[in-house]
Design a protein around this ligand. Structure first.
Ligand SMILES: *Cc1c(COP(=O)(O)O)cnc(C)c1O
Length: 223
């Protein structure tokens, strides 16, 4: 098992440099790839140096944990919810997050639309696609993606800005990233949230506009 970086700020700068190199290697502007630093489960000692180093975009997978960590520190930050969202947490999620990446079912679309109306505050939305069609994983299956996105727009007035996926751990990620890009293109969605610590360079080659990176920046999450 890898040990946490002794110096998270240095690990962070290395990841930023790797993102830039990966973008340049395929003729893309590094500024077109946003690093979402995934701070879930990390101790504050690992997060603080990265914040000091200038990172302003963070990803969390649980509403309550994110609130506990960021509630009084969220000024000037962009916070992404990257984990599954239960219907009973929608109110808090809409109030708290700038981006929700896990829109994956009609019931949630309806609840989000209602809350957005009520609060007059709209997080940017990504539709999560279960590219590997894994039963244990959240996300709309690829065959249902077009209809789901159309329904979000037509029935609920939601305008997702992009798609998100988490490829199966035991398969090469490239084909999953390619599939996500294809579904996005045919639905006129310009943003792709894909790529984590182990595969973000591949994701950038396939067009990722944001990469969600935890352990490569902060070290392994405590078990
Ligand atoms: C935890 C998590 C990540 C970050 O994973 P690392 O391998 O630590 O980079 C990215 N995306 C999602 C949805 C996650 O839950």
């Amino acid at each position: 098992m890898a040990t946490p970086p002794d110096n998270p700020a240095q690990a962070y700068h290395e990841v930023v440099a790797r993102i830039a190199r990966a973008a340049q290697a395929c003729g893309r502007d590094p500024a077109a790839v946003t690093l979402v630093a995934v701070s879930k489960q990390q101790p504050w000692e690992a997060i603080a140096p990265v914040l000091t180093a200038g990172q302003r975009v963070f990803g969390e997978n649980r509403v309550q944990e994110a609130q506990a960590r960021w509630e009084n520190r969220s000024d000037g930050l962009t916070l992404h919810l990257i984990g599954p969202l239960q219907s009973n947490k929608v109110r808090e999620a809409v109030a708290f997050f700038d981006v929700v990446e896990s829109l994956d079912r009609e019931k949630l679309a309806r609840a989000l639309a209602e809350e957005i109306q009520k609060q007059g505050r709209a997080p940017r939305l990504y539709v999560q696609i279960n590219t590997g069609e894994e039963p244990q994983k959240a996300g709309v299956i690829p065959a249902e993606a077009d209809a789901f996105i159309a329904n979000c727009r037509a029935t609920y007035g939601l305008e997702p800005e992009g798609l998100m996926c988490i490829p199966p751990v035991d398969e090469p990620a490239g084909p999953h990233f390619a599939l996500l890009a294809k579904i996005a293109a045919r639905n006129a969605l310009s943003k792709l949230s894909m790529g984590m610590s182990g595969d973000f360079e591949t994701a950038i080659a396939f067009g990722a506009t944001s990469v969600r990176i935890g352990s490569a920046v902060f070290g392994d999450r405590p078990k």
